[in-house]
Ligand binder design. Structure first.
Ligand code: NAD
Length: 354
């Protein structure tokens, strides 16, 4: 038995996690996965009930779970709540509380959606890459100074720092990810300027000695940003630090054409958390029109990385590809000539193709 904690959250969170759980139940029947679900609150919904965005009970349940499926949190309703109690704080609390040190963001452009990308079809057809971003270190977690006077001027600073064990941990995960994919890893840094990047590059090169089957290359972050636009097909797995990963993963996400389709995994020491990259979309919440595919693909990642159920993960991905190839489109990716469907029908179409 594997226990999955489901945190629907706010806005479209309930609709999209309901959909993903239905798909998980369908693959469970086919592959005998023996999955169990336990529901918990986080975000604005938790604030309304308990006065905090991440109740202890939710965090403790996540720690004991084999994996966590997360919808999204936030919304205008909580705009005036104190900063430390805002719904989005739940995400930081989960990252910290569960030690989620790596964020994996795959970008796979399915043939039937090539036209949705802002890039030319010949550049995006066949793109299939994963960005592995370090999530709990670097400049976002370094010392900082909001304001000080030096030489008569006000200034502020943020400190970037990485230790060898931090870089080793994320690099090993990236190599392991590359090993089960096409065996190519690109490490991204700014080693021509930054000391932390030079340590990063040295450490990655050393870890590579233990992964002989994987081809490693290094790119400066400015070049990588450019290469993602001019030749995204060259990439298999990209590994990088927190700041560069934040920026590059959003750049890479738009290549796919719709944020409604993009999944993610945050890998931790205790457990791992899976969620779509989009937010709670309050503008369309409750209308039954949200695209559930990003959440369903996150559930496929959950099966792949936490439960090592590769066949079941592939079955979900293939069912989504087939649903799109058969011309079904939710409103966010709809154009003339296709069959417009809502969240519920999208779920049914996917389940029927598993
Ligand atoms: P958003 O991602 O929620 O929405 C941006 C746009 O994309 C909206 O027009 C929305 O309707 C559309 N969209 C998003 N997901 C969609 C889907 N599955 N199907 C169809 N359309 C979809 O970003 P936002 O509007 O900037 O933020 C809304 C709230 O979500 C804010 O409170 C923000 O803080 C929060 N947020 C939460 C997370 C998270 O929970 N991980 C991430 C980002 C933003």
């Amino acid at each position: 038995m594997s226990k999955i904690v489901v945190i629907p959250g706010d806005g479209i969170g309930k609709e999209i996690t309901d959909s993903a759980v239905e798909v998980l139940k369908t693959v469970d029947k086919k592959f005998n996965l023996n999955l169990e679900y336990e529901y918990h609150d986080a975000g604005g919904t938790a604030y309304d009930k308990f006065g905090v965005p991440l109740p202890d009970e939710t965090l403790e349940a996540c720690k004991k779970a084999d994996a966590v499926l997360f919808g999204a949190v936030g919304g205008n309703k909580w705009d005036n709540v104190k900063a430390e109690l805002r719904p989005e704080r739940a995400i930081l609390g989960l990252r910290k509380g569960l030690g989620l040190y790596a964020n994996l963001r795959p970008v796979k452009v399915v043939d039937s959606l090539v036209g949705n990308s802002p890039l030319k079809p010949e550049l995006v057809k066949g793109v299939d890459l994963v960005i592995v971003r370090e999530l709990v270190g670097g400049i976002y977690f370094g010392d900082r100074c909001e304001s000080e006077i030096k030489d008569g001027s006000e200034r502020a600073w943020d400190l970037e720092n990485y230790s060898v064990p931090e870089v080793e941990r994320i690099t090993k995960l990236a190599f392991e990810t590359a090993k089960i994919r096409r065996g190519k890893l690109t490490s991204v840094d700014k080693a021509n300027v930054l000391a932390t990047s030079r340590l990063w590059r040295r450490t990655v090169t050393k870890v590579a000695e233990n992964f002989t089957g994987v081809e490693l290359n290094h790119l400066y972050v400015d070049n990588c940003a450019m290469q993602l636009c001019v030749n995204p097909k060259q990439f298999d797995v990209i590994v990088t630090g927190n700041l560069f990963g934040d920026i590059l993963s959003d750049e890479a996400a738009v290549i796919g054409g719709s944020i409604g389709l993009m999944p993610s995994a945050s890998i931790g020491e205790l457990t791992s958390l899976y969620e779509p990259i989009h937010g709670s979309a309050p503008d369309i919440a409750g209308q039954g029109i949200a695209n559930p595919m990003g959440t369903i693909l996150s559930a496929a990642m959950l099966l792949r990385y936490s439960l090592k159920a590769e066949e079941a993960a592939k079955a979900i991905e293939a069912a989504i590809d087939k649903t799109l190839a058969d011309g079904f489109r939710t409103a966010d990716i709809y154009s003339d000539g296709f069959k417009k469907i809502g969240t519920e029908q999208a779920t049914k179409e996917i389940c029927s193709r598993i």
